[in-house]
Design a protein around this ligand. Sequence first.
Ligand SMILES: C[S@@+](CC[C@H](N)C(=O)[O-])C[C@H]1O[C@@H](n2cnc3c(N)ncnc32)[C@H](O)[C@@H]1O
Length: 468
Amino acid sequence: MTNATVHRHRTAMVRHTLSRPMSLAVRLGLVRSGVTVFDYGCGQGDDLRALGAAGVQAVGWDPYFAPEAPQHKAEIVNLGYVLNVIEDPAERIVALTGAWALATRILVVSVMIVGAVPVVGLRQFGDGYLTARSTFQKYFQQAELKAMLTQVTGVEPVALAPGIFALFRLPEDEQDFLLERRRGSRTSTSAYRADRPPRTAVSKPQLADRIGTAINAITGFALERGRLPHPDEVTPDVHDLLAAERVSFARAIEASRDAGIDAEMFARAVYERREDLLVHQALNILNRSRTATQLSTAMLRDIRQHFGSQQQFGEQALEYLHLLADPQRTVTAMQHASDGGLGAIDEDGRLVINRERVAKLEGMLRCYVGCALYLSGDIEQEHIVRLDPLRRRTTLFTLTSRREPFPKTKMSITIDLKRQDVVIRDDPRILVRKADVFGMARRSRQRSVEAEYCVAFGIRETKVLAKV
Ligand SMILES: C[S@@+](CC[C@H](N)C(=O)[O-])C[C@H]1O[C@@H](n2cnc3c(N)ncnc32)[C@H](O)[C@@H]1O
């Protein structure tokens, strides 16, 4: 690491709405009127203003913007995007320990994660990067952050989103939260606004305003492909605008990054593009496609960006296929998933899981679902998925309503990967072990309701989907 002055406070943005972690904490019901909040590393204090406007008692401290403010204990402490701007790993631990000590019930920690923003062209510094504005950014792996949080606090964190975890001091708080979240409860954040007086004097239009159309084009590309475009991947009118404004393409890329390519949406785009490419390649191999070797420049760039090389890409796709072809591996993976509360195994050894939770399955099983959805196309309605890797089939069931204590399926779409075929059926069944499929807590009320229904319908409890 070479010497450099890092201006940490320059990372603090002006916000008009809640930050992502604070907004998530409100929507998930952690932060609400009546609880006390302390914002550790509050930056310019916009979250505090927004919480105050909605009647939440919130104060904060920041070593640059509010160094004199006292550090208070509070029920909820937010450590929002602080750890990632600290270049010294030992100091990160000090900040985390300090924030945890103030939290009487819950600490919410958020950081930037790998893949959240493009790092091409940034200077490496320690375990992160130096930006053009002399700020430091460390991009964490989700597992790395989780391990750090566990090690420092001794508490297993609960992931709220990529790069955002909550640490609960009281196990019962965690249980209540998990149950509520799995039931899909959401609170609106519309009352939480950090409005500041409007600026009056506008001098010269900012770069972002002058080349707004170009920035939109670059951002749109980045969010679709999970990477930044090359000059030949944007339309000529973008180049015309940049030429008229005398702005280079590299500067426009920089401005797009500064304008804030939404980190979470970008990470999602990277993930989706990678999965799309792997599934695409896996199907190419399955079909022995002759065109698989003839790739467009854009696709080659995607592969290089997301897998390093074509060879590594091919190897990863093959690895997925080999894993899928190995019955023992898939059985183990499905058992592992259900043991971990992800879905339920039915009488015939198939995994039944809510569609929304498929993303949490391990890669091989996700690839399995991906192959199926590649063939069927995703379906709009809420549905559950049944994975049957032994017979090489995946079935999607649409439900009457998951809110019913005992939902029925309306129809099923079975995707036969061996035959590359999709069969749609009118297929009424009863979803018996709903709690397992949707991942409700062991002690949930839902389970006892299900048990009663099983007795009433004369269904053995071990069935997940029962024919009616
Ligand atoms: C990216 S900003 C985040 C501000 C705010 N939490 C938000 O989400 O808008 C990072 C903030 O961390 C503060 N900071 C830097 N070092 C810190 C430390 N050791 N402890 C607490 N805050 C720190 C900086 O002054 C800066 O305001």
